[in-house]
Design a protein around this ligand. Structure first.
Ligand SMILES: [Ca+2]
Length: 128
């Protein structure tokens, strides 16, 4: 079981983030970039309910800019429990998509809160 996923992003790149739920319990998705403010989405609902979207640009630098994604669930919105999460990353030519899925341990369908990050790849930046 894992309750965080680390995403490796290129520097100086525009990133789109979206959060969805397929769950009755409250879900909280937290993206913690290695510098800058966290992005937090909170919500619930079935059928890929969109609970948040954001754009950010990674700073200039070399190597990888890391973002740690944490997903939690709650009965009451006050007390939060870590969800079990998995991550996959794919590249289609020069575009990248990372998908983080999670399970709140009600039914093990692993779609309770989903976080997607997508970004273009440019120059000599390599996806990890
Ligand atoms: Ca579930």
């Amino acid at each position: 079981m894992s309750d965080t996923a680390t995403i490796y992003l290129p520097f100086a790149t525009d990133v789109v983030v979206k959060g969805f739920t397929n769950a009755g319990l409250m879900q909280r998705i937290t993206l913690a970039p290695e510098t800058g403010s966290p992005i937090v989405f909170v919500g619930s609902g079935e059928q890929n309910t969109l609970i948040g979207r954001a754009n950010f640009t990674t700073p200039a630098g070399t190597g990888d800019f890391t973002v740690v994604v944490t997903i939690e669930n709650s009965q009451d919105g006050n007390s939060w429990s870590p969800s079990d999460i998995y991550v996959g990353v794919c590249a289609v030519r020069s575009y990248n998509l990372a998908v983080v899925v999670s399970e709140d341990m009600v039914d093990e369908d692993y779609n309770d809160a989903i976080c997607m990050l997508s970004w273009p790849q440019s120059g000599d930046q390599k996806r990890k």
